[in-house]
Design a protein around this ligand. Structure first.
Ligand code: ADP
Ligand code: MG
Length: 482
């Protein structure tokens, strides 16, 4: 249990920021420490070399002065070495082979066996810094002077500095960690707020919104995005609620009609003829109920989007033709001329039954809102530049008032019914929303243009190919049922 909580914590953004911050500080401290240490070491050694140079010069002068009085020279060497005992200085005079002729008293053993590598600076036994210089003066044999002093102090100083720095680092690291923790906390606090609010949200309770801190940073953007999403979800839910209320209302009317007819007729004995009339009425209401329920189902399926869609190559012009054939009788009955202006042969990928539904709904509306003697024209055109089928259904009917135009695709929206002529297909305001839902599920668009009193044109655009391009075709359904 405790382990689980720990693993949640270690995966948190805050912990990772903290760990990263601490790691960077630690790295910086280590790198700085190494650099300072090396700098200090070089500086101390340079200082030491300067002193050794001075020692060399001094001894050279003494040797030149006292040669060949070796006793005197030995005394000078000792005096020099003792005078600089705090540096553990030793001084030697070497012969041409690099063997020591005279050494100061404190010369370490390692220096005697240093061999012939006497020029320049070397370390003796790793613990001494040594410097040699040949001495060549007329009248003197070739001698070499060698001085050396301990590196112990350099090492001690460097070690002291390191130790001190490590203590400082140990003291500062928690501060850095705490600072990182605090900063990470501040940075992730809005996130925690977002998480808390998101956990509180319920579909029935979507009024809460995240506060915008106006910092313009990514967290503010995230809050804005989430708020926008919540707005859209709330809108969608409100629409859905309205839709359900409307649907219930529409279903209730035929049911109420059935119920009242039945109740009235049950009150007294009726003749067979009266019962037959009653059953006829009930059958009519039932068929209207079935129609509505079918439309609601269609809408629900189309709303599920492309995933629920049958996709097959469909000869769209044949679907349009079939629909035209179907409405011919109805058009004649109303005295409206229905004709196809142009039908390009083309193939659309989609569900033939639903596409047929779209064409039917558009032609049905065009006829319904036409005046006697009017005409309805249907055009299907292939547009090669955007590889699209453009279907236009135009009428010269009553038109749609501008204030209604933005609403015609809304569910259950019906314009002023007085403009509507008696129609065999009793509308319920779902036709165009079904069209829109189907077209959108096919990745297409539907739009409307209308001039009141002059007429209306609906345009559907779907991705398509000319029919000739297709090899084997599944022809547009012959079985498409209404
Ligand atoms: N061709 C048209 N001419 C005039 N108005 C139309 C036309 N098509 C649709 N409308 C308007 O849009 C509304 C919605 O249409 P629709 O969704 O098919 O519902 P319904 O046909 O059941 O009324 C109609 O009630 C009508 O006001
Ligand atoms: Mg309609």
């Amino acid at each position: 249990m405790r382990f689980a909580r720990l693993s949640v914590y270690t995966r948190s953004l805050r912990f990772r920021l903290l760990a990263w911050n601490t790691f960077v500080v630690l790295l910086m401290v280590v790198v700085t420490l190494l650099a300072v240490r090396e700098g200090l070491r070089l500086m101390l050694i340079r200082e030491m070399d300067q002193l050794l140079e001075e020692d060399l010069l001094e001894i050279r002068l003494a040797v030149e002065q006292f040669y060949p009085n070796w006793d005197q020279i030995q005394e000078e060497l000792n005096r020099k070495a003792i005078g600089h005992a705090h540096r553990e200085l030793f001084v030697q005079v070497l012969d041409a082979q690099g063997q020591p002729l005279r050494s100061s008293v404190n010369t370490p053993d390692a220096a005697s066996s240093a061999g012939t590598g006497v020029l320049g600076r070397t370390l003796v036994g790793g613990a001494f810094r040594v410097m040699s210089r040949p001495l060549s003066k007329p009248g003197l044999p070739p001698l070499t002077i060698r001085v050396g002093s301990t590196l112990r102090f350099v090492r001690e100083d460097v070690a002291n500095l390191s130790r001190m720095s490590i203590w400082v680092a140990i003291a500062l690291l928690p501060l850095a960690g705490w600072g990182g923790y605090w900063l990470a906390g501040r940075a992730t606090k809005p996130l925690a707020q977002i998480i808390r609010m998101a956990a509180r949200l319920r579909p029935s309770q979507l009024d809460e919104r995240l506060p915008i801190r106006r910092t313009g940073d990514e967290l503010d953007q995230l809050s804005r995005t989430i708020n926008g999403l919540l707005d859209r979800i709330a809108d969608y839910l409100a629409q859905n609620r309205e839709f359900i209320a409307n649907a219930a209302h529409e279903l209730r009317s035929p049911l109420a009609a059935i119920q009242s007819s039945v109740e009235v007729n049950l009150n007294a004995a009726r003749t067979i003829g009266e019962y037959q009339e009653l059953l006829g009425e009930i059958a009519e209401e039932c068929s209207s109920l079935t129609g509505l329920v079918n439309q609601l189902l269609l809408l629900a399926e189309s709303d599920a989007g492309p995933s629920q869609l049958i996709r097959q190559p469909v000869l769209f012009d044949r679907i349009v033709n079939k629909s035209l054939d179907m409405f011919h009788g109805a058009a004649e009955e109303r005295g409206v001329e229905l004709h196809a202006q142009r039908l390009d042969r083309l193939v659309v990928s989609g569900d033939p039954n639903r596409l047929w539904q779209v064409v039917n709904n558009l032609i049905d509306n065009a006829l319904k809102f036409s005046r006697p003697g009017g005409n309805v024209s249907v055009e299907l055109r292939y547009e090669p530049q955007r590889a699209a089928a453009v279907l236009r259904v135009s009428d010269a009917g009553v038109g749609i008032p501008p204030e209604d135009l933005p609403h015609v695709f809304e569910r259950f929206f019906q314009g002023d019914r007085s403009r509507q002529r008696e129609s065999p297909t009793r509308g319920n305001g779902l036709g165009l929303s079904i069209c829109q839902s189907i077209v959108q599920a096919h990745g297409g668009t539907i739009s409307v243009q209308s001039v009141p009193g002059k007429g209306t044109q609906f345009t559907v655009i779907l991705a398509a190919q000319p029919a000739e391009d297709q090899g084997t075709l599944i022809p547009a359904t012959e079985t498409a049922a209404h």
